[in-house]
Design a protein around this ligand. Structure first.
Ligand SMILES: [Fe+2]
Length: 185
């Protein structure tokens, strides 16, 4: 009986881990493509080095989640090519609005990502902080990086973008919809 119960816990925690790793992975792909799009437009401008620095951290996050995808044999969503294109378009599009536009996009996206990380942390802690100890450590550290990116965006006048709150809401709704679909397809 005890073995059966622990097998069930193993199965469920593995399922949970796969789910959270997958979401984090697709989110990471999106973020990377956004920064790639911004760099294509603003790479040589004064904010180029700042965007590059945030992108580098994003690359580290994605690397970690890619490794976990392999370790847990998670198959990525069929919408991955969509994330590649949509992320780049969003990044480049926001950068075409100028430096502040790019930073407004960063603030919107990073706020969503941080919230999403916080939801993951809550779920994992509620289920079993011991079982998910390692994953929690990774997620918490990356969440802090994303908070920093958010703050960098604010420091660089994101809020001074024309129609800032409309833009921010639109981007956040788009991100939510894309993640919702990717978790299911
Ligand atoms: Fe970020």
């Amino acid at each position: 009986m005890a073995t059966g119960a622990s097998t069930e816990i193993d199965r469920r925690s593995k399922q949970r881990t796969c789910l959270e790793v997958h979401t984090a992975f697709i989110r990471g792909v999106g973020a990377n493509r956004i920064y790639a799009g911004q760099m294509a437009v603003l790479g040589r401008s004064s904010v180029g080095p700042i965007i590059q620095q945030m992108w580098n951290q994003e690359k580290d996050h994605l690397k970690k989640f890619s490794e976990l995808m392999v370790a847990y044999r998670v198959r990525p969503t069929v919408l991955l090519p969509f994330w590649n294109v949509a992320g780049f378009v969003l990044g480049a599009g926001s950068a075409l609005l100028g430096k502040k536009g790019a930073m407004a996009c960063t603030v919107a996206v990073e706020e969503s990502i941080s919230e999403h990380y916080n939801n993951q942390i809550r779920t994992l802690v509620e289920e079993d902080p011991e079982i998910y100890k390692e994953l929690l450590q990774v997620i918490k550290q990356f969440r802090d990086d994303e908070r920093e990116h958010h703050d960098i965006g604010i420091e660089h006048d994101a809020e001074a973008t024309p129609a800032y709150s409309v833009l921010k809401t639109a981007i956040q709704l788009g991100c939510k919809a894309a993640i919702f679909l990717s978790e299911r397809i």
